[in-house]
Design a protein around this ligand. Structure first.
Ligand SMILES: [Zn+2]
Ligand SMILES: [Zn+2]
Ligand SMILES: [Zn+2]
Ligand SMILES: [Zn+2]
Length: 145
């Protein structure tokens, strides 16, 4: 289902929040409509915390494209590697490489805690890197019997 939401980048005003070209410039995210459409299931974008703005910069969030919301297919869990923050572990202002900044990841219905990282999503030897076994999700797929 496609649902309509207020544009996060311009806060529904339809104008470029930073007025880079002119204070009357249209918002590039919603083309001045003040509203955006997102596919369900919808979650608030973790990387920009729903603001639609790239943290610390005057550009749109690269994760949600400025909408402030993201779509994460079910079943989904909080991203283990970034602990749901959407931030790359140990690096400021960079989206998490596991969830792409969404803070959530789509997982298999039948899953178990990753035996290699114990569910942290971080590699045992170099904890700044995602666990190779689970890809940073903290869970692995269980083969059906
Ligand atoms: Zn807008
Ligand atoms: Zn965002
Ligand atoms: Zn993540
Ligand atoms: Zn793991």
């Amino acid at each position: 289902m496609l649902i309509e939401n207020k544009c996060a980048y311009c806060d529904g005003e339809g104008l470029d929040p930073f007025g880079i070209l002119s204070t009357l410039s249209k918002c590039q995210v919603c083309s001045g409509r003040g509203k955006i459409k997102v596919f369900e299931p919808v979650f608030e974008c973790a990387f920009c915390e729903g603001t639609g703005k790239y943290p610390g910069q005057r550009i749109t969030c690269t994760t949600c494209g400025g909408k402030g919301f993201v779509t994460v297919k079910e079943p989904s869990i909080e991203c283990a590697y970034c602990e749901g923050t959407g931030q790359h572990y140990g690096q400021d202002w960079l989206p998490c490489s596991v969830c792409g900044g969404k803070g959530r990841v789509t997982v298999s219905e039948s899953r178990e805690i990753c035996k290699d990282c114990g569910g942290t999503g971080k590699a045992r030897i170099n904890s700044t890197l995602p666990c190779v076994t689970c890809g940073g999700k903290g869970v692995t797929r269980v083969a059906r019997k």
